[in-house]
Unconditional design. Structure first.
Length: 516
């Protein structure tokens, strides 16, 4: 019997942050559903397929990229629980979230007890008063309460009854800042929902000077023809922006032979597109200073996700990027969305899409709706919107994963301090041939220019784009290099692509004794 193949289109995952009482990210809910897309795969009938989907989702995308060191809450029905699927992930990462349909029969209780003894944490989803699931509580570490569907008196009774038993109580469907404030005061330990993205409307609130400068920077940088003199003035008047720009342009993303020390020189090196990119990375964290840090990451993920999806539609990718970036602008500024968009002079198509005034069928409206539903696991709506936009459904999961990786790498590159690299890089220039292989198994041999080298990394300049996470092989005795590694970044620089390759097994190269 030939082996069963599972195509990439079956791999769907989205993540939603779970916050603690200080609004710090505690874990991510990984939204996985077998009920949707039944034509491709049915978890209840094929346990191997279920294990393959979750395994591909986490191991192909990468646990580190997806979870960033946090725990993963994943929904399990009875068949997944009893089928041994939890063992796919280690207990220090996985929280097994039992769906409301899981009844406490002897088999379930036995499986839950074994998992608990192995170190796994269990959570009960949609826990409510007068529940028949009481026998499961003794094994659970988390109880999740739907605050939108449970009255506040009932919530208070649940909190009194179960917090004293050492169970952490998580409020889900927390939609507003007022909901969050009430839930925190009531005694909930963790919170899940979009409360951080829907702030209290405070009309006329004064924006702090630095935040206002960041808004002006975004507005000017995103114009079709930005005024470089005005940009230089805005940056020069703000210490943080000046520092950030010089830090960015002197980072490892650019193969510069000498350090840049002036704002005007830095802007000339970056050029128009580079300035736009840097402005986003510099302004977002400043706007989010008093907000949950997840807002910055989520804004960048949405920006890249929208931009990538737009490439398959009539929408303009650069405008789609801004739409994703600005989709949380109300939360970042504590202003109504319409007012916040006015301050950054957003284009009419972006305003219409983000204020729900776009006409049905508008590509920008459909793209941002697809992104929002993907984040919350609304796969049926994602499928419908993808069809309307003409996007192959198989492209969406990988595009989302790449967007998350891009956001993390962008933030890391922007704010990494000087000289934090574990292995010193040495300038070493010359032409060599490399073989690269992407995650789909595609291979190609191309010419590359070596820019610098360390004992565990290479920086190369190539003529074509090489996707992040692609494998690179290089065997060049002239330079003493025999290496295999993965691409960490790929940036367009003056007509070519600058790539960084991490070789965990070493590059084979060692600095001459004179260099230390």
């Amino acid at each position: 019997m030939p082996p069963v193949r599972f195509e990439a289109m079956d791999v769907f995952v989205a993540r939603q942050p779970i916050f603690d009482r200080q609004k710090q990210v505690f874990a991510y809910q990984l939204l996985y559903r077998s009920e949707d897309f039944q034509t491709a795969f049915n978890a209840k009938n094929d346990m191997i397929a279920s294990a393959e989907v979750i395994g591909n989702t986490l191991l192909t995308i990468g646990i580190d990229n997806l979870l960033c060191g946090k725990k993963a809450f994943i929904n399990f029905d009875r068949s997944l629980l009893l089928g041994g699927l939890p063992s796919v992930l280690p207990p220090d990462i996985l929280v097994i979230e039992l769906m409301p349909t899981v009844e406490p029969d002897p088999e379930v209780l036995d499986a839950g007890q074994r998992l608990r003894e192995q170190g796994y944490a269990l959570a009960l989803d949609d826990f409510a008063s007068n529940t028949t699931r009481e026998p499961l509580v003794g094994m659970a570490k988390f109880l999740k309460v739907d605050v939108a569907a449970t009255s506040r008196p009932d919530q208070q009774r649940l909190l009194r009854a179960y917090r004293s038993r050492g169970v952490a109580i998580l409020a889900e469907k927390v939609e507003t800042q007022e909901d969050f404030a009430w839930a925190r005061d009531a005694g909930y330990d963790y919170f899940q929902g979009y409360f951080f993205a829907r702030p209290v409307t405070l009309r006329g609130r004064r924006i702090p000077a630095t935040k206002f400068t960041c808004l002006l920077l975004l507005a000017e940088a995103q114009k079709p023809e930005p005024d470089f003199a005005r940009l230089e003035t805005l940056i020069s008047r703000d210490v943080w922006l000046s520092y950030s720009l010089l830090l960015y342009v002197n980072s490892a993303l650019f193969a510069l032979t000498a350090e840049i020390h002036s704002i005007s020189h830095a802007m000339a090196v970056l050029g128009e597109s580079g300035i736009r990119h840097w402005a986003i990375l510099a302004a977002l964290p400043e706007l989010a200073k008093d907000k949950p840090g997840e807002l910055v990451t989520m804004s960048l993920v949405r920006a890249r996700f929208c931009e990538s999806l737009a490439c398959f539609t009539p929408a303009r990718p650069n405008q789609a990027l801004l739409m994703g970036l600005f989709s949380l602008l109300d939360a970042l500024t504590d202003l109504p969305m319409e007012e916040a968009l006015a301050k950054v002079h957003a284009a009419p198509e972006i305003k219409a899409a983000l204020t729900d005034t776009a006409a049905p069928g508008d590509p920008y409206r459909d793209i941002i709706e697809l992104v929002r539903h993907y984040e919350t696991g609304g796969w049926n709506t994602v499928k419908t919107l993808a069809g309307a936009l003409g996007i192959e459904i198989a492209r969406i999961p990988e595009t989302y994963a790449d967007s998350m990786l891009w956001a993390q790498q962008a933030l890391h590159a922007t704010f990494r301090k000087f000289n934090t690299r574990r292995h010193v890089r040495y300038a070493l220039t010359g032409e060599l041939r490399i073989l690269w292989e992407d995650r789909a198994g595609k291979e190609a041999v191309i010419q590359a220019t070596l820019m610098n080298v360390s004992v565990q990394g290479l920086q190369l300049l190539v003529a074509e784009k090489i996707p992040v996470l692609s494998y690179i092989r290089c065997n060049e005795p002239r330079f003493g290099i025999c290496a295999r590694g993965r691409v960490r970044y790929c940036n367009y620089v003056k007509g070519k692509y600058l790539i960084g390759v991490e070789c965990r097994g070493g590059t084979g190269w060692h600095p001459p004794a004179a260099l230390g």
